[in-house]
Design a protein around this ligand. Structure first.
Ligand SMILES: [Mg+2]
Length: 260
């Protein structure tokens, strides 16, 4: 079903009439911004930052991303909101700080694995991003002719750690993500933030990629609203859809304008 400002206004009014606090959670890349050729090229548009600031004056707001905390905070640059990095593993906001314990213990190992992969994957033109609790191998900029070689090298490196149960691997948009093998995700991070800091909070969550599906499922299960950002035709647990970050920005601007 199509997401719109009108729909959001109705839902927010309904929740507030029940004494609930609608709370907004956003993925970052592909949701608040377009995906860039290289992750370091991404910038948040001023208008999007203003929308987040305006939303945060009235509602609890969180940005929850696969990026690491410090980088995410710098890129978003909005005060007094919740931030969650590493796909939910680290959380900060409203005097609350959390790192998922098993991931914290794996940090040294994950960091050394990132160094090793960086060294071995350099020649394929892949970009290895070391993020303390996870690492990502970005291959959007890799020459298509090098892709097969890159993937078999990735597989070769990860074979032993996977067998030893030291890592989990998952695939996003032109990215391979490697993290500690722990049952923790964006959905659980959203739930934890609400439990700890937003009494009566009901989440509205926007996302575009595979790790956001955990967020959609969780949000659906606790009476929230799940919104997929992207083109039609993808399999998703989200109940609503908006076709691009720009369209999402437009609907949110309209929502804020019409909000009394
Ligand atoms: Mg994303």
């Amino acid at each position: 079903m199509k997401f719109s400002a009108e729909l959001l206004l109705r839902r927010v009014a309904q929740l507030e009439s029940m004494g609930k606090l609608p709370s907004f959670f956003f993925d970052f890349d592909g949701t608040l911004t377009n995906i860039a050729r290289a992750p370091e090229d991404v910038k948040l548009k001023k208008v999007v930052r203003s929308i987040l600031e305006e939303l945060a004056e009235r509602f609890a707001v969180g940005v929850i991303s696969g990026r690491k905390m410090n980088q995410l905070k710098r890129l978003v640059g909005v005060k007094d909101i919740f931030y969650s990095g590493n796909h939910g593993v680290e959380i900060e906001g409203a005097n609350f700080k959390f790192v998922e314990p098993r991931s914290a213990r794996s940090s040294t190992y994950i960091t050394s694995l990132a160094k090793d992969m960086e060294r071995k994957l350099h020649r394929f033109g892949a970009h290895v991003n070391s993020k303390n609790y996870s690492l990502s191998v970005h291959y959007r900029i890799v020459d298509p002719r090098m892709l097969k070689g890159l993937m078999s090298e990735v597989e070769r490196i990860l074979k032993a750690p996977l067998r030893q149960g030291r890592i989990d691997v998952f695939h996003g948009k032109k990215v391979v993500e490697i993290k500690a093998p722990v049952d923790w995700d964006k959905g659980k991070a959203i739930q934890l933030i609400i439990e700890k800091k937003i009494k009566n909070g009901v989440p509205v969550f926007f996302g575009d990629d595979t790790t956001d599906e955990y967020g959609f499922k969780k949000v659906n299960s606790i009476g929230g609203m799940s919104v997929f950002v992207g083109k039609k035709g993808r399999q998703t647990a989200a109940k609503y859809r908006v076709s691009s970050p720009a369209d999402l920005t437009g609907e949110l601007a309209k929502f804020l304008f019409d909000l009394e």
